[in-house]
Each structure stands twice: as structure tokens, then as C-alpha cells.
Design a protein around this ligand. Structure first.
Ligand SMILES: *[C@@H]1O[C@H](CO)[C@@H](O)[C@H](O)[C@H]1NC(C)=O
Ligand SMILES: *[C@@H]1O[C@H](CO)[C@@H](O)[C@H](O)[C@H]1NC(C)=O
Ligand SMILES: *[C@@H]1O[C@H](CO)[C@@H](O)[C@H](O)[C@H]1NC(C)=O
Ligand SMILES: *[C@@H]1O[C@H](CO)[C@@H](O)[C@H](O)[C@H]1NC(C)=O
Ligand SMILES: *[C@@H]1O[C@H](CO)[C@@H](O)[C@H](O)[C@H]1NC(C)=O
Length: 436
């Protein structure tokens, strides 16, 4: 199929456009890992990916089409995320129409676009989180899983993925949470050892929500610990920009305003709005010539950007994890610091239909601010189990899942070395390596 080949080539170009910061997917080849064979005493591991962080498949039989070139009906399941055809000119419209959710304010539930079925392939396996596409161009957890395999873990056995429909917040994903519980129990029974849960970004909120809803005896028996990477514990300011004017994350062929259509239809974006009390009441997230929006102005914000469903979605999801109840299992909280991260987006009169014209920065991992990510420190003393916090100076949000320093640290934790350094400077180690 010629157009498929072309699309593959385009995808490769897009994803290799490394500096652009396409924030969840990227191609990083696994570093040469030292094979330090793990003994059989290590605990099994389940990985919960972040937003956009696992494959989705769809099957369609649609009553109407947004464009005559879109497929109306398919016999088989096909990749929806990542769908390489979305990078074609008309493809994006077809893709958005397949991907979107329809929110019902009465039932407070979301459903797929009419005539579209969506499923999450490969629950319990690693392939849907290692690469997001069939051609293995968009690598996500591949580097980490390969590192663990080099160290003695076995794919689909002692290391497994728990992918989910990341368009939905946990209040609409009860089935996933019960599958996750079954997977933990299955692995515990198989290996006779409590299980580690590892999350990245929004996946950490999923893990927290899951743990907050398990009885303590269950956690004491089945969970060895929770490794959280780059968790936006207090929400992410970036989601306001994403919903206001869209954010293509550097994909050159997709305009911000176009991708906004999809970004406004998922309930996970409102869920990740900055939580109340994290920022001072007078901190402005979005500044426009007409109004300065703080965390007291969300209702007005959604109204002004003509996305009032978003306000209802926020109401439905704001209490899910915002209280940050301690997980009550041993925690390793790791995140990047020391990189300029936007904390205020400044718009001109085109708001919300044009990109921001200026930015105010503070400390963070280039995607999430440190104020938000460091909130896990409050669990120290709030729970009996230890809480270990490691800040990686100079490490970006996405690099958390690729960087050798992080992978080595994770390996040590899995091997039973609980204590971790308070800070690791990854810029320093890069320099040192260059000097050698
Ligand atoms: C670990 O256990 C597997 C079977 O469960 C066995 O085949 C293997 O030899 C063991 N490895 C070590 C290092 O004990
Ligand atoms: C929302 O759900 C209610 C109850 O099921 C239904 O009656 C109503 O038609 C739905 N609204 C829309 C816009 O689909
Ligand atoms: C894991 O499962 C997937 C899907 O069944 C399979 O394609 C893959 O080969 C498996 N990996 C290993 C190492 O067994
Ligand atoms: C928004 O805040 C900025 C900076 O504090 C201020 O200069 C501006 O006048 C404010 N705009 C509005 C509409 O309140
Ligand atoms: C959310 O939490 C607030 C305060 O913690 C509470 O007043 C409110 O009733 C909760 N809302 C829901 C829907 O649970």
C-alpha cells in the first residue's frame, strides 16, 4: 500500500523531530545495559502508562461521515492510536471523528462517537506500551522494558503493562481498575511475591486512585511498592493551554487549533487542571487582554473558551485524586527539576483561537512545574510506609522513562535497595561521561 508507506515515512520524520518535544512518544534506542542478572527474589512489576501512552484500536460502522474519504465501516479492528493515517491531510478529520468522545451532561458519562467501538489491546502484555504503532517507530516504554529484560525480567511474565483508555478518567473506568486488581493478584499468586506498580505522568494518578480504593490489608499483602515517575500531583498548568487553544506538541503537520477538537473531548484533560490550593489564589495561569484566569475562575474559563462540557467534566473528576490521600504503600517519587516550565500563558485578542504570544516560566521538567510534582513530599509522615523522593536535575518529563540514571535507579529499587539519593544531577553525569 503506497499511501501506507508514505504515512510511515511521515511518521518517522515526525517522531525523529526530537527537539520539538512531542511529549509522550519519541524514539530512543535502549542504552547498552549492563546485564546484572536478577535473582529470583525480585518482585514482579506492572507498568501503568501516561496519557496517550498506550495503543487503542477501533472498529467502525458509522451512520454519517465527516468527509467522504473517511472509512464508513471496517470488518476488523484497526489501530486508532497511533494511526499513521492521521498524519495525512484528510486523515486528521477522520481520526478526530473516530477518537472523540460524546459527553452527556445528564448521565455525566462519555460514550464513543456514534458507530465507533474502541478497545485497548494487550492488557497484561508489554507491547502496547513499548511501541505505540505497529511499525515500532513510536517508542515509549521499550527502553525501560528492554533494560529490565537485560537485567533478568521476562516480558509478559514478570514485567507486564496495564494499558487503559486514557481518554477517560477513573470515574468512568471501573472495569479497568478491577482488571488491574486481578492482574496484581494473578502475578502475586504466580510468583508468590508482592508486586511493584510503576506509573508515568497521569498514570501515577491512576495508580494513586487505585491504591486509595483498596483496603490496607489488601495493599499489605499484594503491593511491594509504588514507583512514580514525573507525576503531576497538583495537576498540570499545560492542560489549560491544551483546552484553550490546542497543543500539537511539535507535530509539524497538525495545527494546534485542529488538534484542539480532539483535546476537548477527553475527560482526562479537565481532570488534570491545576488542583485548588496548590497555587496561590492570585496566580494567573492564563492572561488575556480581557481577563486573568486563576484557579478560582475555571467556570468562567470553560465558558469563555466555549467548552462548557469541560466545566462539567471537571466537576465530575476534581475530587478523584486532588486530596492526595497517601497511597499507604512504600513510595518512590521521582521527577525532573531545573528546567524552565510555563506557569502562565499570555494571549492576545485572538484568545482562545490563537496560540499564546508570551510565557512566564518557573522551575519544572519542561512540562509540569515542580510545585505540582513535589507534592508527594507531604506523604512523608502521613503514612507509615517509607516515602523516598528523588529529584533529577535537568531531566525532562518524557526523558524520565528513558534516562539511564532513572533506569538504573529503578533496577536498584527492584533489587531491594530502597534508599535513593535526594537529588541526581543528570547534566553533571553527562559532562563527566564526556570527560572520560
Ligand atoms: C528462576 O526461576 C525459574 C523458574 O521459575 C528458573 O527456571 C530459573 O533457573 C531461576 N533462576 C535462578 C537464578 O534461580
Ligand atoms: C443523555 O442521556 C439521557 C439519559 O440516558 C438521554 O435521555 C439523553 O437523550 C442523552 N442526551 C444526549 C444529548 O444524548
Ligand atoms: C508478549 O505477548 C505478545 C502478545 O501476545 C507477543 O506478541 C509477544 O511475543 C510476547 N512477548 C514475549 C517475550 O513472549
Ligand atoms: C492581568 O495581569 C497583568 C499582570 O499582573 C496585568 O498587567 C493586567 O492588567 C491584568 N489584566 C486584566 C484584564 O486584569
Ligand atoms: C468534593 O470535595 C469537596 C470538598 O472536599 C466536597 O465539598 C464536595 O462535596 C465533593 N464533591 C463530590 C462530587 O464528591
Amino acid at each position: 500500500m503506497g499511501s501506507g508507506r508514505l504515512a510511515s515515512a511521515l511518521l518517522a520524520v515526525v517522531l525523529l523531530h526530537h527537539s520539538s518535544g512531542f511529549w509522550i512518544i519519541n524514539v530512543v534506542f535502549p542504552p547498552k545495559t549492563k546485564t546484572g542478572a536478577l535473582s529470583n527474589s525480585t518482585s514482579p512489576l506492572i507498568i501503568v502508562p501516561g496519557n496517550l501512552g498506550n495503543r487503542l484500536e477501533a472498529k467502525i460502522d458509522k451512520p454519517t461521515l465527516v468527509h467522504w474519504l473517511c472509512y464508513k465501516k471496517t470488518e476488523n479492528w484497526f489501530p486508532l492510536w497511533i494511526d499513521i493515517n492521521m498524519f495525512m491531510p484528510i486523515g486528521l478529520d477522520c481520526w478526530i471523528d473516530n477518537m472523540r468522545l460524546v459527553y452527556n451532561r445528564t448521565t455525566r458519562r462519555s460514550t464513543n462517537s456514534p458507530g465507533v467501538e474502541v478497545r485497548v489491546p494487550g492488557f497484561g502484555q508489554t507491547y502496547p506500551i513499548e511501541f505505540l504503532d505497529n511499525s515500532q517507530l513510536a517508542g515509549y516504554f521499550h527502553t525501560m522494558v528492554q533494560h529490565l529484560v537485560n537485567a533478568g525480567y521476562v516480558r509478559n511474565e514478570t514485567v507486564r503493562g496495564a494499558p487503559y483508555d486514557w481518554r477517560l478518567a477513573p470515574n468512568e473506568n471501573a472495569e479497568y481498575l478491577s482488571k488491574l486488581q486481578d492482574l496484581v493478584e494473578e502475578m502475586y499468586n504466580q510468583y508468590q511475591k508482592p508486586v511493584y506498580l510503576l506509573g508515568h505522568s497521569m498514570g501515577c494518578h491512576y495508580v494513586l486512585y487505585f491504591l486509595n480504593h483498596q483496603p490496607q490489608e489488601w495493599k499489605d499483602k499484594y503491593i511491594r511498592g509504588f514507583i512514580s515517575l514525573g507525576a503531576p500531583w497538583g495537576g498540570a498548568i499545560k492542560t489549560l493551554r491544551v483546552m484553550a487553544s490546542g497543543e500539537n506538541d511539535g507535530i509539524p503537520m497538525i495545527s494546534n487549533i485542529k488538534i484542539r477538537e480532539e483535546q476537548r473531548m477527553v475527560t482526562t484533560n479537565p481532570w488534570m487542571l491545576p488542583f485548588k490550593d496548590v497555587w496561590p489564589k492570585d496566580h494567573v495561569f492564563i492572561s488575556t487582554p480581557n481577563f486573568n484566569y486563576t484557579n478560582l475562575d475555571y467556570e468562567r474559563f470553560f465558558k469563555d473558551i466555549s467548552f462548557e462540557d469541560g466545566w462539567h467534566m471537571w466537576e465530575d473528576t476534581k475530587n478523584l485524586t486532588a486530596a492526595l490521600h497517601p497511597p499507604d504503600v512504600e513510595v518512590w517519587c521521582m521527577y525532573g527539576v531545573g528546567l524552565p516550565t510555563v506557569v502562565t500563558y499570555v494571549y492576545d485578542d485572538e484568545f482562545p483561537n490563537g496560540d499564546p504570544v508570551d510565557f512566564v516560566y518557573d522551575d519544572g521538567d519542561d512540562t509540569v512545574d515542580s510545585k505540582s510534582m513535589s507534592l508527594c513530599k507531604r506523604w512523608v509522615g502521613q503514612q507509615k510506609k517509607p516515602v523516598h523522593v528523588t529529584e533529577y536535575r535537568g531531566l525532562s518529563h518524557l526523558d524520565m522513562v528513558f534516562h539511564e540514571e532513572v533506569l538504573n535507579q529503578i533496577q536498584q529499587i527492584l533489587q531491594g535497595k530502597s534508599d535513593t539519593p535526594k537529588e541526581i544531577d543528570v547534566r553533571l553525569s553527562a559532562k563527566e561521561q564526556m570527560m572520560v
